[in-house]
Design a protein around this ligand. Structure first.
Ligand SMILES: [Fe+2]
Ligand SMILES: [Fe+2]
Length: 356
């Protein structure tokens, strides 16, 4: 398989200066000509009779394939263990950025913590002042003076997805341990939480097919995961309610980020992704079962944004429930044939009395 590759310089000059100040001299050495140890390439695959072929502005040998599929003697294919439940086009197009106003001090603390994470992400993705939205409505405003580049977007997606896969796993693990330790039923929370982290990992794997993180980025990911996993482990033991609220707010950020990217694609600011020759990775086509005529970068981001909207609705709802007794409404069968709640379009989550 040949791969199509367009390398783009990841860092803006301003970002490069910031990054080189932020890292030790060890990482000031450039890697393959990219400053400060971050190297992201954009991979645009062109399908040629079932195989991908590449055009490249740099030698193909520089691009290391992440997660290559392994050939074995007997296995033909390993499909996703948790198949995606799918969305209608109408559902995907109806997702909008939203914000649930904090109602308790715990909500407020979770919201403020997410604000500080967003500041960090803006900083590390080298976002200029003119690329930011109105500060007073950070999760709903979408107008900016200047668009981000494809490289900046990918860097943001990578950051977001690498940490987004952690909370569901921590929460699912702790509820699982609680259940087998206290000999109590969990009532359907564990599967939803683990499936959420699986879904986030699929987002990450998809974006990893489009870019190649450098040293600095990999170090950030390792450091962030170490801090984040342990932090979530403790906060979930202390207050699962606040932790679910925190994840709800984090997912508001994710919906906002992907909405902005879709808007900038629509406005023609991201030509590499609007190029008709650009094809999304096979892993994404398989996971979301993307129809043949709906495989552009915008289509892919619409799927991912709808997933994030589900996580947003699910986590805000879970935060509203009694953590010890209430069943998971999203996998429950209701009396009188009532259908279970649909979290994707319920941005602020369901209140307890609506679903119990
Ligand atoms: Fe995600
Ligand atoms: Fe998410």
């Amino acid at each position: 398989m040949l791969s199509t590759k367009v390398q783009t310089k990841l860092c803006t000059p301003k970002q490069a200066v910031r990054l080189s100040k932020a890292v030790t001299p060890l990482f000031q050495a450039s890697i393959a000509g990219y400053p400060a140890g971050i190297r992201v390439g954009l991979l645009a695959s062109i399908q040629h009779g079932g195989s991908s072929r590449a055009f490249s502005t740099t030698p193909v040998a520089n691009f290391r394939e992440f997660f290559p599929s392994k050939e074995t003697e007997h296995i033909r294919q390993t499909p996703p263990a948790w198949p995606h439940h799918g969305f209608t086009e109408e559902e995907m197009l109806s997702v909008v950025p939203s914000h649930r106003s904090p109602k308790t001090w715990g909500d407020w603390a979770a919201w403020k913590f997410v604000r500080s994470c967003r500041w960090g992400m803006d900083f590390f993705t080298g976002m200029g002042k003119e690329q930011k939205v109105d500060k007073t409505n950070p999760t709903t405003a979408v107008e900016t003076i200047k668009p981000l580049t494809e490289g900046q977007w990918l860097l943001r997606f990578l950051f977001l997805e690498s940490i987004a896969g952690v909370p569901g796993m921590v929460a699912g693990m702790l509820r699982h341990l609680h259940s087998i330790r206290r000999l109590k039923r969990d009532n359907g929370w564990i599967e939803t939480l683990l499936e959420e982290s699986y879904n986030e990992r699929m987002h990450l794997l998809t974006f990893m097919k489009m870019c190649e993180p450098g040293w600095f980025m990999k170090l950030l990911l390792i450091g962030a995961q170490g801090v984040y996993f342990n932090g979530l482990f403790l906060t979930y033991l202390i207050s699962p309610k606040i932790t679910h609220r925190f994840v709800g707010y984090l997912e508001e950020e994710a919906v906002h980020t992907y909405t902005m990217a879709i808007k900038q694609i629509d406005e023609g600011h991201l030509p590499k992704w609007s190029d008709p020759k650009f094809a999304v990775p096979d892993i994404a086509i398989q996971y979301w079962d993307m129809p043949k005529d709906k495989r552009t970068m915008k289509d892919l981001i619409l799927y991912i944004r709808a997933d994030e909207a589900c996580h947003r609705g699910v986590n805000h709802t879970l935060s509203n429930l009694n953590q010890k007794e209430d069943p998971n409404p999203f996998v429950s069968l209701y009396k009188g044939g009532q259908s279970p709640p649909r979290p994707a379009l319920k941005a602020e989550g369901y209140e307890r009395e609506e679903v119990m």
